[in-house]
Ligand binder design. Structure first.
Ligand SMILES: N[C@@H](CCC(=O)N[C@@H](CS)C(=O)NCC(=O)O)C(=O)O
Length: 262
């Protein structure tokens, strides 16, 4: 018969071994993810923020935005195959990796929130669901309204793979039903100061430690961060220090637009 202290020690050792095995399994799995992504895409950015903040390593594969669009269906815009080989659709993000659930005949999992849900479950992440807070909803709607006029003509000027080919920008303009020719950029001080004023309301919505809720980083943050980040390409918009810290511009693989703001 094993004495109580010896059985306790054996149980502790078994628990430790189990923990180490689980950690090794997670590490080896997570290192094998590939995220097919557009740097500018807010849906893709959700997944990238979640993975970066949760410390899940992944390989980034970026695509030109026009690649995979069929010219015969897009008034002559588009070229090549792009991400079509992944799911048959020209739609990102797509997560690829061992164990990632995929529909028959596809290579990866689409849909940003499904990818987030999968990662949260698979890695036992503590990322609480959306809170439904009405103040966050109002802030998001009001900020989003400035995006077409301030962000659209600037984001396509960011030096990212998404726009490396002039056909990428042309496809974007066609997709957004805008004149294909990019307009000359004009300073928009009025709109910039309205956005700056809106951003100055955000710190009081950040009730947690560098996050929206007191219970920690959550889906509310995953959804809001990409919208905020979009405005970093606009010169003339002021981000309060707390908002800049919240944006974590240097802790994700996303391009830091603020260095190229125009
Ligand atoms: N419901 C999808 C939407 C993803 C989505 O709309 N992605 C855009 C980029 S922001 C896309 O791939 N668009 C392809 C195109 O417009 O050609 C998700 O949440 O992942």
């Amino acid at each position: 018969m094993i004495s109580p202290p010896a059985s306790l020690a054996a149980a502790a050792l078994a628990a430790l071994a189990g923990m180490l095995m689980r950690r090794r399994l997670l590490q080896s799995r997570s290192a094998m993810y590939t995220l097919h992504t557009y740097d500018h895409c807010p849906f893709c950015n959700r997944v990238e923020y979640l993975m970066a903040i949760s410390g899940i390593p992944y390989k980034r594969v970026l695509y030109g935005y026009g690649a995979g669009a069929k010219p015969e269906k897009c008034d002559g815009h588009g070229y090549g195959e792009g991400p079509l080989h992944l799911t048959g659709k020209k739609m990102l993000p797509v997560l690829e990796g061992p164990g990632v659930p995929t529909a028959p005949g596809t290579l990866g999992m689409p849909e940003s929130m499904e990818i987030c849900a999968y990662l949260i479950g698979q890695h036992r992440l503590v990322v609480p669901c959306a809170s439904g807070r009405s103040d966050i909803k109002a802030f998001t709607t009001e900020l989003e309204a400035f995006k077409p006029e301030l962000v659209e003509a600037r984001v396509v000027r960011m030096p990212i793979v998404d726009w490396a080919d002039s056909r990428d920008v042309a496809y974007r303009r066609w997709k957004k039903k805008l004149p294909i020719e990019l307009p000359t950029l004009e300073e928009q001080p009025n709109l910039c100061s309205q956005v700056s004023a809106k951003l100055s309301e955000l710190p009081k919505l950040l009730r947690g430690d560098n996050c929206l809720n007191s219970w920690g980083f959550s889906i509310d943050d995953v959804v809001l961060l990409p919208l905020l980040r979009a405005f970093t390409c606009v010169k003339g918009v002021n981000f309060p220090a707390e908002v800049l810290e919240y944006l974590r511009l240097h802790s994700t693989p996303l391009e830091d637009y603020s260095r190229h703001a125009c």
